[in-house]
Design a protein around this ligand. Structure first.
Ligand SMILES: NC(=O)C1=CN([C@@H]2O[C@H](COP(=O)(O)OP(=O)(O)OC[C@H]3O[C@@H](n4cnc5c(N)ncnc54)[C@H](OP(=O)(O)O)[C@@H]3O)[C@@H](O)[C@H]2O)C=CC1
Ligand SMILES: O=C1O[C@H](COP(=O)(O)O)[C@@H](O)[C@H](O)[C@H]1O
Length: 495
């Protein structure tokens, strides 16, 4: 991060909600504490409930009170926050919001710069964007930007409709579609590992890589989001966005420059090269699962179907694994296996790149079990990289043993690793949209995922629930790789 702190007013729609309190206020606090945000910033919170400025500031202070940082005066920090209650569907209220922005613009010297952050249910996105435009809030002497939370649509058609609505009010370069995985330190590190190291890029292709595995497992269940999750499921919730984004970063060609447009254009090419499957073949390439009761971290867990706001006969998947193929020169024949699920054994996001075996390995002749070379990118909770190699055992024999070269980002500088939302907010203020998703990426991802979700919607599973809470998902997911002669590399510490 540079120290060139941008000046702006951030208007948060949904200011009393979970996302604002749990993620956005702490992120703004950390930017402020790290002096990445100048004193010239103001936040306007919008929601319906009738709070005073003081009550709102007190809520903001509560959301950051776990930072016991003596260098920061929490009252001074909270004094930058202002509350403006109204129903976002009420067109008349936008004029008053505009007046408040103009007043604060002078007070905080923010030079007309405005960020509109839509931390609200997606059915409001289009209305808010249209109202901002029609009431003149997007016309300013500085810049105005729109940050949109997920989900961006429910399928390609609804995403296109939403995009058309938003594009009536904002240009593509003013729109920042959040995918919080793109703000994670080690996801951003994929490009650096690939393009700043001479040893990997020459091997990064189908001649040397046998398969790539992306796993994002969670121990949490659907919590109190049953209503949203019932209409989403793991495929829309995690695969359409986070998983396909990580895959695109792993598979893209080196961009000619590290600019937003060049990187995006390479990612788009990967998504275009994804081999589309027909509805009939979905079950050959994808496995779905739903958690049953079980034990996670020593706690007894109920089945998904027993969660709040979930249909007791629900057919929603809480687990997906799949085999993706990319039809281009670099990746022809290399499966990308993906896996994500709730209530699994461990919270972990990891990428494993498995290299092909040597054409003739002299140690096989000696009956030794040579471990394949793996490059593991640990996204979370551990952050780092491990390279699995073989070396001589430290004894008098000449036998080999697997060894690991590890870099652990957490142990180096854990306290300073920025939160994903913090990085993304900061990027938005600087006008850098590299780590946000372009419409073309969203559209292609939906088109790919729609075929799978249509197939599953047309044919309900008669096997749900099919994995125990606290496990690594259904057995079919293991079989998916076994058919190809592979297996999932473990993401759990105690396996
Ligand atoms: N929570 C999370 O961890 C994540 C959330 N998201 C996305 O972020 C968005 C917000 O989620 P979340 O914070 O959980 O939702 P919440 O339900 O917790 O918050 C919704 C907010 O919208 C306000 N609101 C609702 N209706 C209106 C209205 N008509 N006019 C003005 N304000 C209104 C509510 O305040 P009031 O009732 O006072 O009006 C509240 O502040 C969603 O799109 C979600 O998918 C994405 C990733 C993670
Ligand atoms: O977008 C989402 O992501 C979270 C997982 O995020 P992580 O940063 O904790 O890995 C997931 O729980 C949620 O269902 C989904 O909407």
């Amino acid at each position: 991060m540079t120290t060139n702190a941008p000046k702006s007013i951030i208007v948060i729609f949904g200011a009393t909600g979970d996302l604002a309190n749990r993620k956005l206020y702490p992120s703004i606090y950390r930017l402020y504490r790290n002096k990445e945000l100048s004193e010239d910033f103001a936040v306007i919170g919008v929601a319906r409930r009738p709070l005073t400025n003081d009550e709102f500031r007190s809520n903001v202070r509560k959301s950051v009170n776990h930072f016991e940082d003596e260098k920061v005066d929490h009252d001074t920090f909270a004094s930058h926050f202002h509350y403006h209650p109204f129903d976002v569907t009420d067109l008349k209220s936008y004029q008053r919001l505009n007046d408040l922005i103009s007043t604060l613009d002078v007070e905080y010297r923010t030079e007309g710069n405005r960020i509109f952050y839509l931390a609200m249910a997606p059915n409001f996105f289009g209305t808010i964007a249209a109202n901002l435009k029609s009431e003149g809030l997007t016309t300013t002497k500085g810049w105005s930007r729109l940050v949109i939370e997920k989900p961006f649509g429910h399928n390609f058609e609804s995403a296109r409709e939403l995009n058309d609505q938003i594009r009536q009010a904002f240009t593509e370069d003013q729109i920042y579609r959040i995918d919080h995985y793109l703000g994670k330190e080690m996801v951003q590190n994929i490009e650096v590992i690939r393009f700043a190291n001479a040893i990997f890029e020459p091997l990064w292709n189908n001649q040397f890589i046998s398969n790539i595995q992306i796993t994002s497992s969670e121990t949490l269940g659907v919590e109190d989001r049953g209503r949203y999750y019932e209409s989403s499921g793991a495929l829309r919730d995690m695969v359409q966005n986070h998983i396909l984004q990580m895959m695109a970063l792993l598979a893209m060609e080196p961009p000619i420059k590290l600019t937003t447009d060049e990187i995006r254009s390479e990612k788009v090419k990967v998504l275009r090269a994804l081999r589309s499957i027909t509805e009939e073949k979905v079950d050959k390439y994808f496995v779905r699962g739903q958690y049953d009761r079980g034990t996670v971290d020593g706690n007894e867990i109920n089945a998904y179907r027993d969660s709040n706001s979930v249909d007791p006969h629900s057919n929603t998947e809480t687990f997906v694994s799949g085999k993706l193929l990319i039809d281009n020169f670099r990746w022809a024949g290399v499966p990308f296996y993906i896996r994500t699920g709730k209530r699994m054994k461990q919270k972990s996001t990891e990428i494993v790149i498995q290299f092909k075996d040597l054409p003739m390995n002299l140690y096989y002749d000696k009956g030794e079990n040579i471990h394949p070379n793996l490059l593991v990118i640990h996204i979370q909770p551990d952050e780092g990289v491990t390279l699995h190699l073989n070396a001589k055992k430290g004894d008098y024999s000449s036998t080999s043993t697997p060894i690991q070269l590890s870099y652990n980002n957490n142990s180096n500088d854990k306290m300073n690793t920025p939160e994903a939302y913090e990085v993304l907010l900061y990027d938005c203020m600087r006008g850098d949209s590299t780590n946000f998703t372009h419409w073309d990426e969203v559209a292609l991802s939906w088109k790919y995922v729609d075929i799978i979700s249509n197939a599953w919607e047309n044919k309900s599973s008669d096997q749900f629930p099919n994995y125990e809470s606290g496990s690594n998902g259904p057995k079919d997911s293991d079989d998916l790789l076994e058919k190809d002669g592979f297996h999932w590399w473990s993401v759990t510490r105690d396996d």
